[in-house]
Ligand binder design. Structure first.
Ligand SMILES: Nc1ncnc2c1ncn2[C@@H]1O[C@H](COP(=O)(O)OP(=O)(O)O)[C@@H](O)[C@H]1O
Ligand SMILES: [Mg+2]
Length: 325
């Protein structure tokens, strides 16, 4: 029995498109410990959203999904639609980049939270209304009783994202998935939303999956991290180890593209992410990797353990020696 509240094994998602089969997710494992924050980081198109939309049962019919998604010991892949629907919003919730997409413009925000509660719990409207106001307060919305009566357009972007988080935690889920929750917001507001997510994690022991393309966000709040590239984890493990001894060239590239003191110009990783209609053979990063040899494209590098990290790179030892010298 695993001690992960969310455990994903060998998740694969292929979209049937007019241009052919697009292999968006190619064998991803995820472990989220109860009450902890897992950061999922990678460039746009690396399969972050698709992985967790698959877990939520929210992908379109064009997606073929295989593998295992165990939530609190229950398998979701292949489960009955009705069961997955009952899990979604109750045990497992997701918050997206654009809060407006999650809110109904013609309903008061309090009513939308009430509906979220009553669709999963047998609670009187009066009690659910009280709970909605309490939730708005928890996510840091001032005058929550008045705000509950307002409509989404009366809220700023940051306040709307707070409302969406209140809805997502309304049924006290085991796991909250936040997919780039701060990407659409002003920089000053971004930190506040991260604080709200941390508050939820600490106060209710909710496990969180925080999807981001920003390693700075991971450094600030996550306990562990999965680094994704071309539909796979290239490196995963503790955040501390990843920052202290990154072992995969892609992770190192991400780290060196972080702004830090004394460095004015960022060094983005050269080249472009692969076309997932025809992903490169072997290591997906090899075509962009300064350390790649022919062997890297010959077969998929196995995941190997270095300190607290699992790394998929046959050159990892050589790189670690270099970085220590
Ligand atoms: N509904 C879809 N149909 C076809 N391809 C999709 C669909 N959704 C995502 N993709 C493709 O799957 C890959 C992974 O996308 P995604 O998980 O959204 O990336 P990100 O890491 O930026 O969240 C990309 O190549 C994207 O174009
Ligand atoms: Mg995404």
């Amino acid at each position: 029995m695993s001690d992960s509240v969310l455990q994903i094994r060998d998740l694969r998602v292929t979209f049937n498109t007019q241009m052919g089969e697009l292999r968006a997710v190619r064998g991803v494992d995820v472990d989220v410990a109860p009450g902890k924050i897992l950061g999922v980081v990678g460039e746009s198109g690396s399969g972050k959203s698709v992985s967790f939309l698959a877990a939520m049962g929210l992908l379109p019919k064009s997606a073929s999904i295989s593998g295992s998604v165990m939530l609190d010991g229950q398998e979701l892949i292949g489960a009955k639609k009705k069961f997955v629907r009952s899990v979604r919003g109750r045990l497992l919730s997701m918050v997206f980049q654009d809060p407006l997409s999650a809110l109904n413009p013609v309903h008061r925000v309090g009513d939308q939270i009430v509906e979220m509660i009553q669709s999963h719990q047998d609670m009187s409207t009066h009690d659910a209304q009280k709970r909605a106001v309490q939730l708005l307060e928890i996510v840091g919305i001032p005058q929550p009783d008045e705000r509950a009566l307002q409509y989404p357009h009366e809220f700023s972007g940051g306040m709307r994202q707070r409302v969406v988080i209140a809805m997502a935690i309304a049924n006290d889920p085991k796991v909250l998935i936040a997919d780039e929750p701060t990407t659409a917001l002003d920089v000053t507001v971004q930190a506040q939303i991260l604080e709200v997510i941390q508050t939820v994690q600490q106060r209710f022991g909710t496990a969180v999956v925080l999807i981001t393309h920003d390693l700075g966000v991971i450094a600030r709040v996550a306990d562990s991290v999965n680094v994704m590239y071309a539909g796979r984890n290239v490196e995963s493990g503790s955040v501390q180890s990843m920052f202290d001894h990154p072992s995969h060239p892609y992770t190192r590239g991400l780290l060196s593209s972080l702004p830090h003191e004394g460095v004015e110009r960022l060094q983005p990783i050269a080249g472009f992410p692969p076309n997932m209609l025809a992903p490169p053979p072997g290591c997906g990063f090899a075509p962009r990797c300064a350390f790649a040899t022919d062997a890297c494209s010959a077969e998929l590098p196995a995941l190997r353990q270095f300190d607290d990290l699992l790394t998929s790179c046959i050159r990892a030892e050589d790189l670690r020696i270099r970085s220590n010298s």
